[in-house]
Design a protein. Structure first.
Length: 204
């Protein structure tokens, strides 16, 4: 919404500034000399014809930019509405084992508690993705949360191992793809750290 308002304000300022530029010379001339020949002032106005055309073009650019920005904001709002709907469906599945069976991607674990944990991790990641994309969470904090919470547990590692390829296909070219790349990066870090720890344990 800020970008839409910014473009609209910018277009208004350009229009008002151009209007002042067009009107100021004749008005100043008339203020100092009330007997000014208005025919001469009309000729001055014609000299500003090219400026007027330029201002009209700038105003049109402002309208187009505003429309594009509004369309982008509408797409973002629709995406967040879809995420809210997805979160609601997952919450329903967490609360009802029968509904959980409808999610094939969540039934890879035979234990019901594992399925609920997978659904809950999905909700956590979606919440963090929205917060990060809205600028409410710096990337450093996001990486810290992924390392300390999600990938510090075996269930978190298993969840991303099973979900990463599907999400890569679903989110290809979309806004969540950037978030998924950060998650993948931290997943690989956690995996490398786990393997290093296991290797050290075997060696000792």
């Amino acid at each position: 919404m800020r970008s839409v308002r910014g473009v609209a304000v910018w277009a208004l300022l350009v229009f008002l500034g151009g209007l002042a530029l067009l009107l100021s010379p004749p008005l100043i001339d008339y203020a100092f000399d009330p007997s000014t020949d208005w025919e001469r002032l009309a000729n001055i106005g014609q000299a500003y014809g090219s400026v007027s055309m330029l201002l009209s073009a700038l105003a049109l650019v402002g309208v187009v930019a505003t429309t594009i920005s509004q369309n982008r904001q509408a797409r973002i709002a629709l995406e967040y509405a879809q995420r809210d709907q997805h979160a609601l469906l997952l919450k329903m599945a967490i609360d009802d084992a029968v509904l959980m069976e409808c999610w094939g991607s969540l039934t890879q674990d035979p234990a019901p508690e594992r399925r609920r944990q997978r659904a809950y991790i999905n909700l956590i990641l979606n919440f963090w993705a929205t917060t990060w994309q809205l600028g409410g969470m710096p990337e450093s904090q996001l990486r810290g949360l992924l390392a300390a919470d999600i990938f510090a547990t075996e269930i978190g590692l298993r969840f991303w191992e099973q979900a990463r390829l599907t999400r890569k296909v679903v989110h290809a070219g979309a806004q969540p793809a950037a978030f998924d790349r950060i998650v993948e990066d931290e997943y690989l870090r956690a995996l490398a750290k786990l393997r290093s720890t296991e290797a050290s344990g075997v060696g000792s």
